[in-house]
Design a protein around this ligand. Sequence first.
Ligand SMILES: Nc1ncnc2c1ncn2[C@@H]1O[C@H](COP(=O)(O)OP(=O)(O)OP(=O)(O)O)[C@@H](O)[C@H]1O
Length: 323
Amino acid sequence: MITLRGLTKRYGDKAAVSDLSLEIAPGKVTGFLGPNGAGKSTTMRMILGLDRPTAGEALIGGRPYAALPRPLTEVGALLDAKAVHPGRSARAHLTAMARSNGIPVRRVDEVLETVGLTAVAGRRAGSFSLGMGQRLGIAGALLGDPRVLMFDEPVNGLDPDGVLWVRRLMRSLAAEGRTVFVSSHLMSEMQLTADQLVVIGKGRLLADAPVTEVIAASSRNAVRIRTPRPGELAARLAAEPMPLQVTRSDAGELAGDGERADERAGELIVTGAPIERIGMICHEIGVPLYELSPQEASLEEAYMELTGTSVEYGAGAPQKAGV
Ligand SMILES: Nc1ncnc2c1ncn2[C@@H]1O[C@H](COP(=O)(O)OP(=O)(O)OP(=O)(O)O)[C@@H](O)[C@H]1O
């Protein structure tokens, strides 16, 4: 368990992290999301005692990092894969880490095996590719068999095989009851890996909820309807008191009054109304349906909506995906 209470970090008059209070629970993968400069790395560094909070505190299993007698056995972290002496072999690097934390040296070969680096254990870390460096960093995090694991962009630079391997590793660490806290900019990957999401923007908490809830709260969730009488249905939906939006994705193909002469279906995309209500309306006015299906927003769309006003270093308005 990681606990943040009023965690705040200021650099001069700039707040990198503002009053973050939350718990990161064991047995789950918690994704840590936010635009560039949102404060993710600063938060992780404060949890690991590498940055001192201006106010508030960060606790691991109820204690601050500095109070942990053998920290690597309580929390393992991959923050910067390049933070390895380039002249040392992978095995020598891990052995030095193990010795300094009272971890049996036989763990070194176990974690090298886990991350698939056994064959190159004697090679200088400086000669490693980006992906091998990431694996070595993950090996270091696993070395003390800790209950809490933190990874900053762990799939950065990994090939598809490596990405899949990291996803499975995170899932299995969480299934063992560990706390897994992982930052990433890859929304599609987080949608597959994380159970819970913590989203921050400009240092402030924007969301702390299960992935499914974050997606369900998105206004990009829509209902797709195919019917031979789209014009009639669109007119009826427009009369609904709720602020729903109706898009006719085949408007160009419809003639005159908007009705088709033939039986080929027209398609409507409706946002802002529950699928049950739309189904009832179709029933009430007797419009036949060929399809009535929920179109779930992607995590990326939900994230864009959440962080829209919190992007610090943006290149203009993000393009909205057309429905
Ligand atoms: N040592 C420092 N001195 C001054 N400002 C800093 C320092 N470290 C971080 N910052 C500022 O704090 C803010 C948060 O930075 P941080 O690196 O934590 O963001 P991040 O969410 O990890 O970003 P990214 O996704 O780009 O890695 C940024 O505006 C950054 O410029």
